[in-house]
Design a binder for this molecule. Structure first.
Ligand code: HEM
Length: 404
């Protein structure tokens, strides 16, 4: 795979349009790119020029775990990308390399350890039970996104961040505007500034604090001089925004389960299988549109006989890696018995998802609660009528009309 000898010419640059895909369809452009070869070149709808794309599991793990591919170097470069309004922010954990990256993540680590997340379980279960009580009281039909899958992760991430109830609606609106292009670039930029100003003020007010929530941890880390105020502010945003990823991921998950009675039946009749089934669903779900954040090669590197030059932008596709037949036999099949299942749905390497343990706790609680308390849960419309988010970076149903 990694060789030092350049034996191949650079492949042609393929245009990758922003597609509004429905259901859990795998992106046909990505399928083509995977077929074309392990290393291809892509041009996305925004930004400038082209970038390399790696899709095989081993290559994805190599690039994401090799310091010669830098996130910091992306800042200030107009790299070809999906997002129209994307402005890389220096100091945000997504755009920092080792050793600063480890220092920044350490500042918030206590909130995201298994113990830190477990602390949220009882409160999260109460929130979820209250949402389901209200569903049962009001009766069917209902939109599962509006009633459960959206409000629940917002409440949990706000609890973890230390955002009080009165400010949660603002947080949600800012997150939506930052993550979607449909409100226009100005609205997205405004939302980003508003969220930053909010966190800057809150962190300043918690300087030297000793609470367990993220704002307090950041205030304490600034107080100790471990991180700067600017770094603290830049850390809070991605954590808050990332928190809402669960809405879309579980939205896709329930769409799969409610359109595949065989899978749903197994989840119901074999509760012990659920943790493994959730891992398989995470592997299978096309969480995002196109690709996420690029990296920049800091020196010439030859991969599969093709020379990536210093300064070239490089993308990996975790979605494609999760369908690599060399690692996941029969990858298009959802197989709850798949073992081992070393999927990379949460990424790989230093930038591995900071919220993976939280996402898994929330997903487990949602699946257990909905399956156990709503035994007749089913779609209230034909699958083709479920509306899907448009112009979004993260894929998911806009609404999930259900009955029970
Ligand atoms: C099922 C839900 C989720 C999925 C599938 C997911 C997936 C991912 C992926 C693929 C990455 C990128 C790795 C890279 O840049 O190479 C990532 C990074 C990240 N995620 Fe998540 N995520 C989820 C939920 C969450 C939650 C709940 C949070 C909230 C705390 C979160 C916060 C973050 C942050 C802050 C990063 C950047 C980490 C870094 O660059 O060091 N994510 N996630």
């Amino acid at each position: 795979m990694t060789t030092s000898e350049e034996t191949m010419a650079a492949p042609p640059v393929r245009h990758w349009p922003a597609l509004d895909l429905s259901g859990v369809d795998f992106d046909p452009v990505l399928t083509e790119l995977m077929r074309e070869g392990p290393i291809t070149r892509i041009q996305l709808p925004n930004g400038e020029g082209w970038a390399w794309l790696l899709t095989r599991y081993e290559d994805v793990r190599l690039v994401t775990n090799d310091p010669r591919f830098s996130r910091k170097e992306v800042v200030g470069r107009p790299v070809t990308r999906l997002a129209p309004h994307f402005i890389p922010q220096a100091d945000a954990m997504n755009f920092v390399d080792k050793p600063d990256h480890a220092r920044l993540r350490r500042a918030v680590a206590p909130a995201f350890t298994a113990r830190g997340i477990e602390r949220l379980r009882a409160g999260a279960r109460r929130t979820l039970d209250a949402a389901v009580d209200a569903l049962l009281r009001d009766g069917p039909p209902a939109d599962l996104i509006e009633r459960v899958l959206e409000p629940f992760p917002i409440t949990v991430i706000c609890e973890l961040m230390g955002v009080p109830e009165a400010d949660r609606e603002d947080m949600h609106i800012w997150t939506q505007r930052i993550l979607s292009s449909t409100h226009g670039i100005k609205a997205s930029e405004r939302a980003k500034l508003d969220m930053e100003a909010y966190f800057a003020k809150a962190i300043a007010e918690h300087r030297g604090a000793d609470g367990e929530d993220v704002i307090s941890l950041l205030g304490a880390a600034v107080g100790r001089g471990d991180i700067s105020e600017a770094e603290a502010m830049a850390l809070a945003g991605p954590l808050q925004i990332g928190g809402e990823a669960v809405t879309n991921n579980t939205g896709q998950m329930f769409f799969v389960l409610l359109t595949r009675p065989d899978l749903l039946d197994r989840m119901r009749s074999e509760p012990a299988l659920r943790p493994q089934a959730l891992e398989e669903l995470l592997r299978y779900i096309p969480h995002r549109n196109a690709v996420g954040l690029s990296r920049i090669a800091t020196e010439d590197i030859v991969l599969h006989g093709v020379r990536i030059r210093a300064g070239d932008p490089v993308y990996v596709s975790y979605l494609a890696a999760n369908r690599d037949p060399d690692v996941f036999p029969d990858p298009e099949r959802i197989d709850f018995d798949r073992a081992p299942n070393p999927h990379v749905a949460f990424g790989y390497g230093a930038h591995y998802c900071a919220g993976s343990t939280l996402a898994k706790l929330e997903t487990e609680l949602i699946v257990d609660t909905l399956l156990d308390r709503l035994p007749g849960l089913r779609l209230a419309v034909p699958p083709g009528e479920v509306p899907w988010r448009r112009g979004a970076l993260i894929r998911g149903p806009e609404a999930l009309p259900v009955t029970w």
